[in-house]
Design a protein. Sequence first.
Length: 344
Amino acid sequence: MNAKIIALLLLPLTASAQGFAGLGTGSDAFATPERPAIFNFPKDHGPHTDFRIEWWYLTANLEAEDGTPYGLQWTLFRSALAPVEGESWSSPQFWMGHAAVTTPNAHFVTERLARGGIGQAGVNADPFDAWIDDWQLVGTDFDTLDMTASGPDFAFDMGLTAQGPLVFHGDAGYSVKSAQGQASYYYSQPFYDISGTLTLPDGEVEVTGQAWLDREWSSQPLSNNQTGWDWFSLSLDTGKLMGFRLRQTDGNYYTSATWIAPDGTATPYGDGAFVAEPVATTDVNGREIPTMWTVRLDAQGVDVDVYALNPQAWMGTSIPYWEGPIVVEGSHTGRGYLEMTGYD
């Protein structure tokens, strides 16, 4: 795809450059999340073109028969210049796909970019089908999905089956992101069993594991003084934890978390309850990236050390960030995923 199309795709995210990737830029033309959050399924598994930014974001912790751990990511982003759909090349909708596989010694990543309105990328809610070019996340419903993606040096073909309910973050799906009140609609399916085949330079690997899919949409999810985030999804021995801290230009943080019981019961925690502190960094593509952390949620007795399976899991995409599988030790044990943005 040529540089002009790439610039058009990224324009909705970088306009005015407020907050990380322009996500702190306001726009009166688009809808904003409101309380109470009211969801309508299966419709809400599909796109919300009246909002400016949206994603379908899946990560997975995998293991081969010989015990080797792997990580996998499949993400589809939608961004918009205007809150309408539109036909053919007049569509103001733009799409970006990221796929990655992480091993203990290697990180494979690729990206796809697409225009809306021409069938190259999109999402249908019922039956569910998300695609960009030949990558797909598809199923008769949201509980049973098939997933494919490929890049120059890797591919994967996976099947997913949900073993628990959807989980709604924040105030029943209304997730506050700043002291100024920026927010998104945010729910997850953190209970997928996943299995299938990774195709890597050394051959095919059969893997099984657990996957976590995030659904989020907003028009200004950050405030203009927030420079990036550190987001954790942890699958622990007694439950699951989603937590993030949003870094501010004044050196402070805004935090939020959700504790998820084994039956799917969600307990939200507001600013200050979740603590994530970096304890070691790694030089990654000339950047000092925190790849070992202490994570605490005192209300649930969580006090753990988190470290990257592969510290070099850098996503060298059009908007670069770090994303990779993590190992958890301490008061709880488990695995998870870590995403870090804004480390330029």
